[in-house]
Design a protein around this ligand. Structure first.
Ligand code: GSH
Length: 362
């Protein structure tokens, strides 16, 4: 099969980390503009990377359902823990890493010239080989497009910048502490929590100049973990998982409750009212003029469904832990969220996938 993406892409890095761990062979194809803007949307419905083309001609998009599908095809060495409570925590961490950390990762990449210039060059050189324009113009356009859509357009400004950066630093602190006593988030082998966190932490935070200095200087254990996951292979990782939810993970759950779950709720409320933009207060910081995401309404719907589907035993233990960290109230604040997306459960296949953001200006 072929994986179309870029070597500096958040979600391509997440999927590649998973495929390498599971030892599922693939051919990497550097995406070019025509494929990104024409072929991929025609085959999957969403202009986003990565995209997978299977040998039988089927296409997939969206890393979370892609990984779920691969898990059904390669059931040995599952990346979801057997303990349903731990499995739910993995889903929650994956969603936070995919959706909440995105803004911090884009801010650190595109707000600081030493990162922005380097990445504009990398992206333009790799992606736009089929665009006949001078290199300087392609780099310039890339930098502007990313900054306008994902920094300015996603609520990063003088009032929110400190909170956006604090989110990264808090994550580093919690993880560095965890990796002092074990190799991966939930024990001595990777789970979906590790794979999800590779989205922001691998191709962005550990590699982009500005956040990578912070990681190296303040959280070298996280830097080591990034490359440990990248080098992990299921056939040689025989470690055990911890039992239950370890205490050192609680600060991360608290952070997720205060940030990601709050934002998911405000987004879903705004979507229900038909709004295009919304506001939300996160840890005392007012975020205004954020783009409403239909896709993220589905994220909340899926988290609610998975939480409610837990058996009595798993739920009673987990709900106490999650309640203490302030996660249950925002998770269930909106009763029975219905996004209307993917009612037949066709993801990651089908031709009508939703991108995270409806409108991306070029
Ligand atoms: N939910 C999707 C998100 C994929 C995604 O947003 N990928 C980014 C690049 S890492 C993208 O293609 N963004 C659209 C753009 O930049 O135009 C997934 O998990 O695969």
């Amino acid at each position: 099969m072929k994986v179309y993406g870029l070597k500096c892409s958040y979600f391509t890095g997440k999927l590649e980390s998973y495929l390498r761990y599971k030892e599922i062979p693939y051919e990497f194809r550097a995406m070019i503009v025509r494929e990104f803007t024409k072929t991929i949307p025609a085959k999957t419905g969403a202009m986003q990377m990565p995209a997978v083309e299977l040998d039988d001609g089927r296409w997939m998009t969206d890393t979370s359902p892609i990984i779920d599908w691969f898990e059904t095809q390669h059931s040995e060495h599952p990346i979801l823990p057997d303990d349903p409570a731990q499995a739910f925590i993995c889903r929650l961490i994956e969603d936070y890493a995919d959706e909440w950390m995105w803004r911090s990762a884009m801010h650190y990449r595109w707000s600081y010239p030493e990162s922005a210039k380097l990445l504009a060059r990398q992206i333009a050189d790799e992606l736009t080989t089929d665009v006949r324009l001078p290199g300087w113009l392609k780099r310039n356009r890339t930098e502007k497009r990313q900054f306008n859509n994902f920094v300015l357009g996603d609520g990063v400004n003088d009032r929110t910048r400190t909170n956006v950066e604090q989110g990264y630093k808090t994550l580093l602190k919690v993880l560095n502490n965890i990796f002092e006593t074990r190799r991966y988030v939930l024990g001595d082998r990777p789970t979906l929590a590790d794979i999800g966190l590779m989205g922001p932490l691998f191709r962005h935070f550990s590699m982009d100049p500005t956040p990578a200095i912070i990681m190296r200087e303040t959280a070298p254990g996280v830097m080591a973990w990034v490359y440990r996951v990248w080098n992990a292979r299921a056939s040689r990782e025989h470690g055990e998982l911890v039992s239950g939810i370890p205490d050192d993970l609680l600060p991360l759950l608290k952070e997720i409750g205060e940030t990601h779950l709050e934002a998911l709720c405000a987004n879903a409320e705004a979507f229900a009212k038909g709004q295009e933009r919304y506001e939300v207060d996160i840890q005392g910081t007012p975020y205004t003029d954020l783009p409403v995401s239909h896709y993220r309404v589905w994220c909340l719907e899926m988290l609610q469904k998975r939480y409610k589907a837990l058996g009595e035993n798993a739920r009673s233990g987990l709900s106490k832990v999650l309640e203490e960290q302030g996660c249950v109230e925002p998770l269930l604040r909106l009763p029975d969220v219905r996004s209307g997306y993917d009612p037949e459960g066709k993801t990651p296949f089908g031709h009508s996938s939703l991108p995270v953001f409806k409108e991306i200006k070029s």
